[in-house]
Ligand binder design. Structure first.
Ligand SMILES: Nc1ncnc2c1ncn2[C@@H]1O[C@H](COP(=O)(O)OP(=O)(O)OP(=O)(O)O)[C@@H](O)[C@H]1O
Length: 721
C-alpha cells in the first residue's frame, strides 16, 4: 500500500473507531431507558422520539457513513472534514455532528462537486455558502469494518481520476433480487433532480439504466427530510406498472430509512376509489393482443381505444357532456304528494342548482331528496286529523317513490354506460357527445359492459365521472406522486392524478425509447408537460446509463436506431465487459444451446439470469423446456406479484424496469423481431435489462434490427473455454 493511502486508511480507521464508540454509547444509554407503555401524551412523544433514535442509530452503527468531504467555508481558517451517511448522528454531549445526513444542504456538495480548483457552494437555509473543497473521499464500511478508502478528489494534486473508479467498482457488483440505494455514488445530474423543489411537476426523460427509478425513490427520501413538516410519507405514492415491479423496488426506501409511503399501480388505485364498481378485463389477454407478432398485431393510431380515451380531447368532451347531463339531471315535473298540495319544480330546481350548487352531484341529489322529505313531513304535521294523516303519509310516500324514479341515482359506471348507449343511438340528441365517439370504440366498449368489464383506458374517464358525482375526499389527496414508466400513462390518467395531488407535486419519469405501450401511452413529453402551469414544471434528461456494460449499451443503441428515428441514445459509463454474443442455431440444437449457455453463465458470478421470450406463450414454452432440463426457473406472467430473482423466464414486455446480471434473448429472428418501431423498442428493452452479460440466440434469419459487424462489441462465437 502506498504511504499516503496507508496513512489515509489509518486515519479513517481511527475516526471510525471513534464514531462507532460514540454511537454505541448513545445506543446503550437509549436502550437502558425502559420503554414507556403508559398513557401520558408527553411521555408518549418522548418515547417515540427515543424509538426513532434507537432505530436510526442501530442502522448507523453498522455503516455510519460512506463519504467524507473536507470543506473550508469562506471566512473560516481551515477545512473541516464532513462525514456523510444515510442518517445524521450528533455527538451526545457536545451536540456536534458526527455524521451528516446525505439529504442535508451541506451534503449536496459531496454530489455536486465534480473537481477543479475553483470554489464550491451550496444553498443553505441562511443563503448561499461558498468555500473550497480540499478532499472528497469514498469509504466502504461493512458491518462496522472499514473495507475501502478511495479518494476521488484531493486538492493537493487536484485530481479526480478515482471518481469513476469508485462508481465503476459499485456498478461492477452483481445484483441480488432487489433494487438497491445509491446514496454513496449519486451523480451530479441525478442529485439535481433529487433535490428539486417540491411543488413542481418534474418530468424526467431518462435512457434505459440511467437511474430514473432509483433517483425517484431517493427524491422521496429527500422531500420527506427537507419538508418534514409539510409532507407526510403516508400521503406520498409511487405508481409503478405492476405489483411485481413494486416488490422489486421495495427494498430501497427502507434502506434509506423511509417507511409508510404508499405503493400502487394506477389500476389498483383507481379501482379502489371506484369501490370495485367495475371489473378490469384480464391484463394478459390485452397484452397478448398488443404484443402479437407480425400481421396479427393491431394498427396503432389516434383512434386506438387507449389513445382516444386517454386523450385530453376526450376528457374535454366528457366534461362538456357532464355539464349538459348535470343541467338535465332534475325531475321533469312538480311533486304532488296529494291533491291540493304541490312542491313546484321551480323550487326543487332552486334547491338543486342554487342552494346546493357547491356540493357534488350525488350529494346534491341526496340533500334535495332529504329536503323534499322534510318538507313533506312538515306538510303532514299540518294535517290534524290522525286517520287522514296516516292515509296521506302512506300514499304520499308511494308518490314520492314514483317521483324519484324519474330522478335516478347514478354510479360512475352507470353514467359512463349511458354515455356509450347515447352514442350508439343517434336519436337522443340532447346528450349526444359534440364530437362523436368512433363507432368501433362504442361497439367494443358496450360489449364489455354486458359483463360489467372495462379496459384500463376506461378507468380515467370513470374516475372523472366519479369526481363529478362524489367529489374528492380530502383524505385521498396526495402530498406528492411518483409515476414510474410514465411513458405508458395517458395524459387523461395524469390529469386525473393531478386532481388528487396538492400543488402539482409530481416526479414523472420514463423513457420514450421504451414506450412499448404506444396504444395507450404518450408519444411525446409535450402531451404531459401541457397539463401543468409552466412555472411549476421542470424537465430533465438523463443520458448516461449506469446499468449495462459499454458493449451492451452500444449494441442496444444499434438495435433501437435500426427501428426508431431517435436522438435519445444512451451514453455508457465506460465499464467494459464481455462482448455481446449472437449465436445462430438449428431447430434441433436450439434447446441444447440454451442449456449450454445457461450452464456457462452459471459458471461465472451471475446470480440473476433472465431468459426472455417474445410473447407470454413463448416464455411458457421456454419455461417448460427448462424445467424439464432440470432448471429451477420462475416464470413471470402479467399477474405476478413477487419478484424472486434466480433464473427468470418472461416475455420481453414484462421485463421493463427490471435488471439481471445476465440476459438470454431467445429466438431473435425476423419472425419475432421485424424491422418496425414496436419490435425495435421491445428488443431494446430486452437488451438493456442486462448488467454484465447479453446473449442472443436465433434460428434461420437474424432479426434485421441486429447487426453483428462490429467486432469490438459483438461476437457470433460461443466462448471456447
Ligand atoms: N449513481 C449511481 N450509482 C450507482 N449505481 C447507479 C447509479 N445510478 C443508477 N445506478 C444503477 O443503475 C441501474 C439502473 O437504475 P434504474 O433501474 O433506477 O434505472 P432506470 O432509468 O429506471 O432504468 P430502466 O428505464 O431501464 O428501467 C441500477 O442497478 C442502479 O442501482
Amino acid at each position: 500500500m502506498e504511504e499516503k493511502t496507508q496513512s489515509a486508511y489509518q486515519e479513517e480507521l481511527n475516526r471510525l473507531e471513534q464514531t462507532n464508540k460514540g454511537i454505541d454509547e448513545q445506543l446503550a444509554r437509549l436502550r437502558s431507558i425502559p420503554v414507556y407503555f403508559g398513557t401520558d401524551a408527553n411521555e408518549q412523544v418522548l418515547e417515540s422520539q427515543r424509538e426513532h433514535m434507537r432505530r436510526n442509530l442501530s442502522k448507523a452503527v453498522i455503516e455510519p457513513y460512506f463519504g467524507r468531504l473536507d470543506f473550508q467555508e469562506s471566512g473560516i481558517q481551515q477545512p473541516i472534514p464532513l462525514y456523510i451517511g444515510k442518517t445524521g448522528v450528533h455527538e451526545e454531549n457536545t451536540g456536534d455532528l458526527l455524521v451528516i445526513d446525505w439529504r442535508a444542504p451541506v451534503a449536496s456538495l459531496f454530489y455536486s462537486f465534480t473537481g477543479g480548483l475553483s470554489g464550491a457552494s451550496y444553498d443553505s437555509p441562511d443563503g448561499l455558502i461558498e468555500g473550497l473543497v480540499y478532499l472528497k473521499r469514498n469509504l466502504v464500511i461493512r458491518e462496522k469494518i472499514l473495507q475501502r478508502v478511495v479518494d476521488t478528489y484531493d486538492r493537493e494534486n487536484s485530481t479526480l481520476a478515482a471518481h469513476d473508479e469508485f462508481l465503476l467498482y459499485r456498478l461492477g457488483e452483481n445484483k441480488d433480487n432487489k433494487l438497491r440505494d445509491i446514496v454513496s455514488t449519486i451523480q451530479a445530474e441525478q442529485d439535481r433532480i433529487i433535490r428539486s423543489a417540491r411543488n413542481t411537476a418534474l418530468m424526467i426523460q431518462g435512457v434505459a439504466g440511467s437511474g430514473k427509478t432509483t433517483v425517484a425513490l431517493h427524491r422521496l427520501a429527500f422531500l420527506l427530510y427537507q419538508y418534514r413538516d409539510q409532507i407526510h410519507a403516508e400521503k406520498m405514492v409511487i405508481l409503478a406498472p405492476n405489483r411485481m415491479f413494486l416488490d422489486y423496488i421495495s427494498g430501497v426506501l427502507p434502506e434509506l430509512g423511509v417507511g409508510n409511503i404508499q405503493q400502487s399501480t394506477f389500476t389498483d388505485w383507481a379501482l379502489d376509489l371506484l369501490e370495485q364498481d367495475v371489473k378490469l378485463v384480464d391484463a394478459s389477454k390485452s397484452l397478448t393482443t398488443w404484443f402479437a407478432t407480425g400481421p396479427k398485431r393491431p394498427v396503432i393510431d389516434e383512434f386506438t381505444p387507449g389513445r382516444y380515451k386517454g386523450s385530453i380531447a376526450f376528457m374535454q368532451d366528457l366534461d362538456e357532456w357532464l355539464v349538459r347531463f348535470e343541467a338535465s339531471y332534475i325531475p321533469t315535473s312538480d311533486f304532488q304528494p296529494w291533491e291540493g298540495l304541490l312542491l313546484p319544480l321551480q323550487t326543487i330546481r332552486a334547491w338543486f342548482f342554487v342552494e346546493n350548487k357547491h356540493y357534488s352531484l350525488a350529494k346534491r341529489r341526496e340533500r334535495v331528496v332529504a329536503r323534499i322529505k322534510r318538507w313533506l313531513e312538515m306538510e303532514l304535521e299540518r294535517v290534524w286529523e290522525t286517520s287522514r294523516r296516516k292515509e296521506l303519509k302512506k300514499s304520499s310516500a308511494q308518490r314520492l317513490r314514483t317521483f324519484l324514479k324519474s330522478w335516478p341515482e347514478y354510479t360512475s359506471f352507470s353514467l359512463y354506460q349511458m354515455l356509450y348507449q347515447t352514442a350508439a343511438k343517434p336519436g337522443t340528441l340532447s346528450l349526444q357527445l359534440l364530437r362523436p365517439i368512433p363507432e368501433p370504440i362504442v361497439e367494443a366498449t358496450i360489449k364489455l359492459f354486458k359483463r360489467k368489464e372495462v379496459q384500463l383506458e376506461d378507468l380515467a374517464p370513470l374516475l372523472f365521472i366519479h369526481i363529478r358525482l362524489h367529489g374528492i375526499r380530502s383524505a385521498a389527496i396526495f402530498d406528492h406522486v411518483v409515476i414510474d414508466e410514465a411513458q405508458d400513462f395517458s395524459p387523461f390518467q395524469v390529469a386525473i392524478l393531478n386532481q388528487y395531488t396538492r400543488n402539482n407535486s409530481f416526479t414523472i419519469l420514463g423513457d420514450l425509447s421504451q414506450g412499448i405501450h404506444a396504444y395507450q401511452g404518450i408519444w411525446s413529453w409535450d402531451e404531459l408537460l401541457t397539463l401543468f402551469p409552466d412555472e411549476q414544471t421542470g424537465y430533465f434528461e438523463l443520458e448516461r446509463s449506469y446499468r449495462s456494460t459499454f458493449e451492451i449499451i452500444q449494441f442496444a443503441n444499434g438495435v433501437l436506431s435500426r427501428g426508431v428515428s431517435t436522438d435519445l441514445l444512451a451514453v455508457p459509463v465506460f465499464r467494459s465487459g464481455d462482448k455481446v454474443r449472437v449465436l445462430q442455431t438449428t431447430e434441433t440444437d436450439r434447446l441444447p444451446l440454451l442449456v449450454k449457455t445457461l450452464n456457462r453463465i452459471r459458471e461465472g458470478s451471475s446470480s440473476t439470469i433472465a431468459i426472455i421470450g417474445r410473447t407470454e406463450k413463448h416464455a411458457e414454452e421456454l419455461d417448460q423446456a427448462l424445467q424439464q432440463a432440470g432448471f429451477a426457473c420462475n416464470l413471470i406472467t402479467a399477474k405476478q406479484r413477487e419478484y424472486k430473482g434466480g433464473i427468470s423466464v418472461l416475455p420481453v414486455y414484462l421485463a421493463k424496469g427490471l435488471e439481471f446480471d445476465a440476459v438470454i434473448l431467445m429466438d431473435v429472428d425476423t419472425d419475432h423481431y421485424s424491422r418496425d418501431m414496436l419490435d425495435a423498442k421491445l428488443l431494446y428493452v430486452g437488451c438493456t435489462r442486462s448488467l454484465h452479460e447479453l446473449w442472443l440466440i436465433y434460428q434461420n434469419e437474424l432479426s434485421p434490427l441486429i447487426d453483428t459487424q462490429d467486432p469490438e462489441i459483438v461476437t457470433t462465437q460461443f466462448p471456447l473455454s
